[in-house]
Design a protein around this ligand. Sequence first.
Ligand code: AMP
Ligand code: ZN
Length: 493
Amino acid sequence: MLKLYNTLGRQKVFLKPLKDKLVRMYSCGPTVYDYAHLGHFRAYVFVDTLKRVLKYNKYKVKHVMNITDVGHLTSDADTGEDKMEKGAKREGKTVWEIAEFYTKDFFDAMEKLNVERANIICKATDHIKEMVDMVQKIIDNGYAYVISDGIYFDTSKLKDYGKLAGFNPEELKAGARVEFNEEKKNPTDFALWKFTAKDQKRQMEWQNEFFFKAEQIDLSKILAYANDNPNIKIEKSGKRFKLIVKGFPGWHIECSAMSIKYLGKVFDIHTGGIDHIPVHHTNEIAQSEAALKKESVKIWMHNEFVLVDNQKMSKSLQNFYTMHDILAKGFDPLALRYLFLTAHYRSKLNFTWDSLKAAENAYKSLKEKIASLDLNKKGKSQKIKEYKKKFLEFINDDLNTPQALSLLWQMLKDDELSDKEKYELALDFDKVFGLKLKEAKVEIPKEIVELAEERLKARKEKNWKKADQLREEIKKKGYSIEDTDDGYKIFKL
Ligand code: AMP
Ligand code: ZN
């Protein structure tokens, strides 16, 4: 049985998929306004490991990941510039070009890290209609109100708002968490839809209509907003009022709308980094529950941060490294994957180049060890079962990859297993690690290859004595040679 840590409830729970052996999961994807950094990579290697563990347990996985290409403001609250518009200004390009460029760069990095693509990758800007429909549902259910810069969610209407983060709305009223916008009813209220400000020039904006009952709005106030801002209009529509606005979605609504569209109203797992707990995911829960009137996600999983000098690696602190930095320093991206696996996803990981170097050395010797296994050495050890059982225990205990990785090393050093058994187990474990161990090759020094070639020539000339001498010489240098039909194979001793 697979146990996963559910942030909602703060405990490990057994995974019980809603539908047989199918696990439906959603991951918050990147905001594509700049290069992704090692912190993002950790988040998606964690997701990839989770998927691999699910598949190792014979579950089918339906995985959806979004691409945020609109609406994420520079503060996770509803203030500041739209990150995408800011990125476009910085580079003198259109927001669409920025989105395309950084999305491609992100997936290039993912491929280098051997992260499998989600079954469905969905862009926020392709789902404006779904988001508008969901906001309308939230309005109809009585959870929304209008202020001068947008349609907001009234968090006081939900009795357990903040349950994911474990905070109490009363404490928040003191205003500790977010800058308080005087017009909002509660400090935790957040934007469902933002209106383009009167003097704002946005590349990404849409004209949409939202319908309100008379008692849901303060008509005189809205008329005043409309008077001040040409992007806001209001008119009577049957028994209701129609608000016609130019604007864009709030950041959180995209994930609620797209997860429900592709995975159904209730699904199994939702992932993201821990920074998403207090705002983004807390608000996603509020929206989905207000629209659906029931709980939408069963298990919420969050990865801890990558740190630099004990501070979160982030764009805003300018302390980040990208895949381009990793490659420029000559590192194998899979060494980074190895580094991530050495720490549990729920513990902080302080990044240094020395730690990456150490991970690369360990990864190299792991590959050497595997490549030098002699597959002709077969056997039937009872211990295979034991190792498999332990491995499953570790990964099924909330993805304990550090322990699973040390089990791999322990197994490779175990003399009771034959080389063939070790090889097969290593490749089996690698279904979870994703370290491409199958491709491991020993790098044989030129000098050894030359001796081997000389020996091959001697053998062809039936000079067995010389061939034996050369075999000894190769052995003294730390390699063994084995004859095959088409020549020879060299192993590291
Ligand atoms: P963003 O593009 O900022 O929305 O982030 C994409 C994902 O990466 C989110 O799940 C974040 O929580 C996660 N993330 C961002 N920075 C870090 C970090 N330093 N360490 C780990 N995860 C991070
Ligand atoms: Zn999200």
